[in-house]
Design a protein around this ligand. Structure first.
Ligand code: ADP
Ligand code: MG
Ligand code: ZN
Length: 450
C-alpha cells in the first residue's frame, strides 16, 4: 500500500452538504447515504462521489480521499452484497492481494468491514464502456487489447486462479492511455494446485445451498431472502418471495436476522461467454474456460458486434456456439468430455474471417452466405424499425462505417494470424484449447514484448 488515506471529513453530514445535489440522481444519493450509514468509518476517509457499477452481487462507488502527502486520489469502493459467504469474500480479496496490482490485474488498497457489510477499496481506473468503443477500435487497438487480456490471464492462471467471469465489463480498458485491468474475482475458483489458499475447497462450501440472488437492500426495504435447496430451481429474483423481518426500518437486529445462517450465493457467469464444457456442466473445468471467454471477446472485437452471443440461458448459448463452430464439431468435442448433445438440424462451421468481415461491413452479405440468424442485422432500414433492439445497437457501433474508414483503421489488412488465434481460443475442446502463455507466443504478437 502506498500513501495512506487520511481523515478529511469528520462526519458524513459535512459530505452531504458538500455534494452538489442536483447532479446526482436521488436513488444514488440514498444509496450513498446508506453506505455511510452501514460503514460509518468510510466517512472519515472518503468523499463518495457517485455510483459507477451495480450488479447482483455488489455495488461499486467512486470516492475521493486526501492522502497523507496532501494529494487527492480516486478510489473504487466495492460494497459486497451482505449475504456473500465470508469465505467467498475473503477469497475475492486474496485473489486481489496475491495476484493483483501487476500484469493488468487490479490491486487492492484496503478493506472495510462492519458486521456483514464489506467494502473493498481499489485504486480507481477510469475506463470506457465496451459497447461504446467496440466499433471504433482499429486493428492495432484490438491486437493490443487482446494481448493485454492474455497477459492478465497468463498471470492469474499461473496462480491457479480460474476467473470464471471473463467479459468486457470485468476487463477495464482506457483507450487513450492504453491501460487495462482485470477486475471481479467474485466468481473465481482454484485449480487443484492453486496458490490461493482460500480458493481451495471453495467449491465444496458453495455447493451445499443456493440462495436467490438479490441486490444489496437499502434500509428502506431490508428483508431476508428465502433459501432454496439445490435440487429446487431458484425462482427469478423479481418474483421471489421475501420474508420481511422484525428489524425492518429500525436500528435493532431482530431474532430472525440473528438466526440467519451464513448465506451462499453461487454466481453463474454470463451465458454468452461460457465455454461449451461449462454450458454442458462438465465437472472438470479448468483455466481453459477463461480462454474461451477471451475468444468470445476477440470475436466481438473483430466483428465490431457486442454482445456477440446474446443468450438468456445455457441451451440458447450452446445453439449459438454451434451456429458458428458447427453442430457436428460441437457434438464431437462434447463427446471428449463425456457429454452427448442432440441437435435437430445440422449447422455448418463458419469461416471466422468471412463471418467477422461481413459483420463489420468489409464484405458483401451476398458473398458470405451467412445463416439466417445473422441476416437480422443486415439491412439498416430493417433495423431502424426496431430502434431499441440489440441488433440496432450492434449496427450503430459496428457496420455503419464506410469501407474507406475501415481501411484507415487497418481492417482490410488484418492478418490471417488473428483469425488463427481466434480459432484456437474458440477451440470447442478444452483439452486442446490454447493457453494464455501459448497465445502470447502466437505469431500475431511477434512485434510485441511479452
Ligand atoms: P460485480 O461483481 O458487481 O460485477 P465488479 O468488480 O465487476 O463487480 O465491478 C462492477 C463495475 O464497477 C465494473 O464493471 C467497473 O465498471 C466498475 N469498477 C470495478 N472496479 C473498479 C476500479 N477499480 N476502478 C474503476 N471502476 C471499477
Ligand atoms: Mg463484474
Ligand atoms: Zn431483522
Amino acid at each position: 500500500m502506498e500513501a495512506a488515506p487520511t481523515g478529511q471529513r469528520s462526519s458524513h453530514q459535512s459530505v452531504e452538504k458538500g455534494r452538489s445535489r442536483h447532479k446526482i440522481p436521488r436513488d444514488v444519493e440514498t444509496d450513498i447515504a446508506y453506505l455511510y450509514e452501514v460503514l460509518p468509518q468510510l466517512s472519515r476517509i472518503f468523499r463518495i462521489i457517485d455510483k459507477i457499477g451495480e450488479g447482483t452481487f455488489s455495488t461499486v462507488y467512486l470516492a475521493e480521499a486526501q492522502m497523507t502527502d496532501g494529494s487527492r486520489r480516486m478510489f473504487a469502493l466495492k460494497h459486497l452484497i451482505p449475504t456473500s459467504h465470508p469465505v467467498r469474500i475473503a477469497a475475492e480479496l486474496q485473489c486481489l492481494t496475491v495476484a493483483g496490482g501487476t500484469e493488468n490485474v487490479m490491486g487492492v488498497t484496503y478493506c472495510f468491514r462492519k458486521e456483514h457489510h464489506v467494502v473493498i477499496v481499489m485504486p480507481y481506473m477510469e475506463h470506457q464502456t465496451f459497447v461504446d468503443i467496440v466499433g471504433s477500435l482499429s486493428f492495432e487497438d484490438v491486437k493490443h487489447y487482446i494481448f493485454h487480456l492474455l497477459k492478465a490471464l497468463r498471470h492469474i492462471h499461473k496462480f491457479g486462479i480460474i476467473h470464471r467471469d471473463i467479459k468486457p465489463t470485468n476487463f477495464l480498458f482506457n483507450q487513450q492511455r492504453r491501460e487495462y485491468s482485470l477486475v471481479d474475482f467474485g466468481l473465481a475458483q482454484g485449480t487443484p494446485d492453486t496458490q490461493i489458499e482460500l480458493l481451495k475447497g471453495l467449491l465444496l462450501k458453495t455447493k451445499r445451498e443456493e440462495v436467490i440472488p438479490r441486490k444489496i437492500v437499502s434500509s428502506k426495504h431490508r428483508s431476508v431472502p428465502v433459501r432454496t435447496p439445490l435440487n429446487q430451481k431458484p425462482k427469478a429474483p423479481a418474483v421471489s418471495p421475501m420474508l420481511t423481518c422484525n428489524c425492518f426500518m429500525t436500528d435493532r437486529v431482530c431474532n430472525i436476522c440473528l438466526s440467519r445462517k451464513q448465506q451462499v450465493a453461487p454466481r453463474a457467469g454470463t451465458p454468452g461467454f461460457r465455454a461449451p464444457e461449462v454450458l454442458t456442466k462438465c465437472p472438470n473445468q479448468g483455466t481453459a474456460i477463461d480462454m474461451w471467454s477471451a475468444g468470445v471477446i476477440l470475436l466481438s472485437l473483430l466483428s465490431g458486434r457486442y454482445p456477440f452471443f446474446k443468450a438468456s440461458d445455457d441451451l440458447i448459448a450452446l445453439t449459438q456456439i454451434m451456429t458458428i463452430r458447427g453442430s457436428r464439431e460441437t457434438k464431437e468435442a462434447a463427446k471428449t468430455f463425456g457429454k452427448s448433445i442432440v441437435c435437430s438440424r445440422e449447422l455448418p462451421r463458419l469461416d471466422l474471417r468471412i463471418l467477422c468481415e461481413t459483420l463489420r461491413g468489409l464484405r458483401s452479405w451476398d458473398d458470405a452466405s451467412l445463416p439466417a440468424e445473422f441476416q437480422a442485422s443486415r439491412n439498416p432500414a430493417e433495423v431502424k424499425q426496431d430502434a431499441g433492439s440489440p441488433a440496432r445497437k450492434r449496427m450503430s457501433s459496428g457496420s455503419l462505417r464506410s469501407i474507406a474508414e475501415l481501411q484507415e483503421m487497418g481492417w482490410d489488412k488484418a492478418p490471417d494470424d488473428v483469425y488463427d488465434l481466434l480459432d484456437k481460443l474458440l477451440d470447442l475442446n478444452p483439452a486442446t484449447r490454447i493457453t494464455a502463455s501459448m497465445a502470447l507466443q502466437h505469431p500475431l504478437f511477434k512485434d510485441m514484448t511479452v
